[in-house]
Design a protein around this ligand. Structure first.
Ligand code: DP6
Length: 325
């Protein structure tokens, strides 16, 4: 083989958070999670397997990565080579198409795109379910980025049974998301490390698992009823419960910065003014605000005034994995 394949995967925002692994090696989560795939934030990845290469070469946003930077991706390619029973290195070119550069960079779209492009280039013809299982080996949240719209990751209990499935791929009701970027630098505590510390040390971890299974049921009901306020409220509550695990860990930590708190405050202010919007926050300081069309302009204006024009980006639900050639 010496084939080239390009794929696009969109990032996703968790409405019900994945925070903790039952199996760290295989990335089997403690609980199911649920996300929304986003249209304007995506990764394009092209993979070419080449017999003449003596090592994997990975170019990320036009920068040739060194061994340390590319180790996670090389480990992932090793899994793909093993599945295909091929011993051949790859040239990988990957580009994050995320407006206003960093800050929303995501391992979710990155590993979903790499899973799709590399598996196809090496000659594997995987179903979306099997692609989801493969993407999971790179990063948990990538499991969900194979599908569009609202997606649930079924925790399963082994490599075969842990994969995502679409709940509503074409979101044909009024859901918008405004991303508020408060910091463009990489997070100091990776989600991998953060969730491990939380699971091992937070006295609230079991309580989080219990409320998350209840929140998941509520969230699925909200989505099937197209109940925006129930969806937003449940997402915001679930996010705060996840972040409570970071505060209650030993050592304690947080992904929030001062501007994160300010953005949360603005969401409360908007709600007090009768504008229904809700926030959620992943393992970083940036805030994502869920809002419907009628209130979108007001929300954008409020955040642009507070954080600057270029730090506020609006988007809508997006599609699943796409092959580009
Ligand atoms: C807070 O998928 O980045 O965004 O599986 O260790 O690569 P690894 O972690 P990752 O964790 C995402 C955590 C989260 C919640 C979520 O996306 O569900």
């Amino acid at each position: 083989i010496n084939r080239t394949q390009k794929a696009r995967a969109h990032t996703n925002i968790a409405l019900i958070k994945y925070w903790g692994k039952a199996d760290e090696q295989l990335i089997i989560p403690e609980d199911n999670s649920l996300s929304l795939t986003l249209k304007d934030f995506y990764t394009d990845t092209e993979v070419r397997f080449d017999k003449d290469l003596t090592a994997d070469e990975i170019v990320f946003n036009n920068h040739l990565m060194n061994k340390a930077e590319s180790q996670k991706m090389i480990n992932f390619l090793n899994i793909v080579r093993q599945k295909a029973q091929q011993n051949i290195f790859a040239h990988v070119k990957t580009q994050n198409n995320i407006p206003t550069a960093a800050g929303l960079a995501s391992s979710a779209s990155g590993f979903a795109a790499l899973a799709a492009a590399s598996s196809k280039a090496i000659g594997l013809d995987l179903s979306r379910k099997d692609l989801s299982r493969l993407a999971r080996r790179g990063s948990g949240s990538a499991t969900r980025s194979i599908f569009g719209g609202f997606v649930e990751w079924e925790k399963g209990n082994n490599d075969q049974t842990s994969f995502a499935k679409p709940i509503e791929e074409n979101v044909d009701w009024d859901v918008n998301l405004v991303a508020v970027i408060t910091n463009r630098h990489e997070k100091k505590i990776s989600s991998r490390r953060g969730m491990k510390i939380s699971k091992a040390t937070s006295p609230y971890y079991q309580a989080f698992k219990q409320v998350t299974s209840r929140d998941l049921i509520t969230m699925k009901k909200a989505i099937s009823n197209h109940d925006f306020d129930l969806m937003g409220h449940t997402a915001e509550e679930n996010a705060m419960k996840m972040h409570a695990l970071t505060f209650s860990s030993d050592p304690s930590f947080t992904y929030f910065n001062g501007d994160t708190l300010k953005a949360m405050q603005l969401v409360h202010e908007l709600r007090n003014e009768g504008i229904n919007c809700y926030f959620t926050i992943d393992a970083g300081p940036n805030v994502k605000v869920l809002v419907q069309h009628d209130n979108l302009k007001k929300v954008i204006r409020k955040f642009k005034t507070a954080f600057g024009q270029s730090n506020v980006v609006a988007t809508v639900p997006g599609p699943g994995i796409e092959y580009l050639n």
